[in-house]
Design a protein around this ligand. Structure first.
Ligand code: TYD
Ligand code: MG
Length: 457
């Protein structure tokens, strides 16, 4: 019989400890440790080792690692987020809410890797969620085929490992990590312990065998990958797939990347025949601008390093009863409240007695502060019931005093705006070193008061 020892695992954060404690020292939760027996002849969650033998220290120059070794996923937008392709021996987590399109993306990566352009490399698609036949049907629907795309319908970790060794793929996709179970562990499939241990084992195998590993992980509404935040620490990269049901736009965001920047985003459109890369996402995000409506303002934001134009909408109406409502989607509620308070306090606009609804068109999220000016403009426009010019774009942060501040990359934002036919821009003073893109009229707005004046003259 294999020897075993006891570990205490935190159900909250997934950390393990050698002795029992009333409070997890890692996440601070009380009474969250449970006892587990771990067999000693199995590799545990210790850091994956390259070859099983003891390593020796070597000068960095002698380490072989070349950029060319990356496996191009073949999908430009995915490679861009990964910083040039998949690195052999690495593990990438592809996370997203159920139904967002993770399986579809994985299958399309498989298609590219196994295609002629992708170098005819072998891709092993392990499906635990759907049957092999279901995957085949989806593959037919989006036109994926090829001799090098192999399917395995399996949930058992040891069986998966055996098949990986047998088929020697360049890339292994696991859909999803939550369905894989390791029978030697006491916890059920999908639980924190299982997911952590299974991930550690698969990453260790990827390091040994030199394949790139793509793990699909479902996230819950609050954004954690089925409980264990710790998964994110174990993998080399985390790609988050975002979007809204009912809207075709999908954003692939690099949250963590050991081999490249985390700034990049990939943008796709979900169509009947799968995901399509789109070069001009702003077109998808701006509603029809042939008629100007009160409450709509265009913000020039940056997604990663990419300028993107989005439409911010606000609806300000007298509060029906009781305390006024503040509802928003795609916008940080705290930011909306803060802007409403600034407008009330600094400009005397009585928003305190108004319901405010605000949202961003197209299922994108307004992150950071660069959309402040647009949101303030949308609020003012709705309050006064006066539309803004259709070819006006905003880029600026608003401070608590009502002052407008420059945002990084203003030049890029305005160039993209000019390209899409926007002729007027409102920015903070000092945002640009010159007069801005050719043919564009750039207004410098030092304070919200100047912006508000437009609506009352
Ligand atoms: P799926 O990849 O199964 O999502 P996940 O693996 O993240 O749960 O795709 C989910 C949705 O995408 C599904 O509701 C249908 C839609 N879809 C399309 O619109 N076009 C397609 O070509 C495919 C394959 C799916
Ligand atoms: Mg799926």
């Amino acid at each position: 019989m294999a020897k075993s020892h006891t570990v205490y695992l935190c159900r909250e954060c997934g950390s393990t400890h050698e002795r029992y404690m009333g409070r997890c020292p890692d996440c601070g939760t009380f009474n969250s440790l449970s006892e587990y027996k771990v067999k000693e002849d199995k590799p545990g969650r210790s850091a994956p080792r390259l070859s099983g033998e003891q390593s020796e220290a070597v000068p960095i120059g002698e380490i072989e690692a070349r950029e060319e070794d990356r496996v191009q996923s073949g999908l430009g937008e995915v490679d861009r987020v990964l910083g040039g392709g998949l690195v052999p021996g690495s593990g990438i987590l592809l996370s997203g809410e159920p139904g967002i399109g993770k399986s579809t993306l994985l299958l399309q990566v498989a298609q590219s890797v196994t295609s002629e352009q992708g170098g005819n490399q072998r891709f092993l698609y392990v499906t635990g969620e759907e049957s092999a036949a279901q995957v085949r049907l989806r593959a037919d629907r989006i036109g994926v085929s090829g001799d090098q795309l192999w399917l395995l319908s399996e949930c058992d970790l040891e069986a998966i490992e055996a098949q990986v060794k047998k088929t020697s793929p360049a890339v292994v996709g696991i859909d999803s990590i939550q369905t894989v179970r390791w029978d030697d562990l006491p916890a059920g499939a999908g639980g924190v312990v299982q997911v952590r241990e299974v991930t550690a084992r698969l990453i260790s195998l990827a390091r040994q065998e030199g394949f790139a590993l793509l793990l699909v992980g479902h996230v819950t509404k609050d954004g954690t990958v089925a409980g264990p935040r710790t998964l994110e620490h174990m993998v080399d990269g985390v790609l988050q797939f975002e979007g809204e049901r009912g809207n075709a736009l999908r954003i692939l965001r690099g949250l963590k990347n050991r081999f490249g920047s985390t700034e990049e985003v990939g943008i796709f459109e979900m169509r009947a025949d799968g995901l399509h890369e789109i070069d001009n996402p702003s077109g998808l995000l701006l509603s029809d601008r042939s008629t100007a409506s009160p409450g709509s303002a265009t913000a020039a934001i940056l997604e990663g390093t990419r300028p993107l134009l989005i439409e911010v909408q606000a609806l300000v109406s007298p509060a029906a009863h009781g305390s006024p409502a503040r509802k928003c989607s795609g916008i940080d509620a705290a930011r909306l409240s803060m802007l409403a308070a600034v407008l009330e306090k600094r400009l005397g606009i009585p928003l305190g007695g108004c319901d405010i609804h605000a949202n961003v068109v197209g299922g994108v999220k307004l992150r950071g502060t660069a959309g402040d000016l647009a949101l303030a403009a949308a609020l003012l426009s709705s309050f006064h019931d006066r539309p803004l010019p259709r070819d006006l774009v905003f880029a600026g942060e608003v401070g608590l005093l009502g002052e407008v501040r420059p945002v990084p990359g203003t030049r890029q934002r305005l160039e993209e705006s000019a390209r899409l036919g926007f002729n007027i821009a409102c920015v903070a003073p000092g945002s640009l070193e010159d007069s801005g893109p050719k043919g564009m009229k750039v207004h410098e707005v030092p304070e919200l008061a100047q912006l508000a004046r437009r609506f009352v003259d």
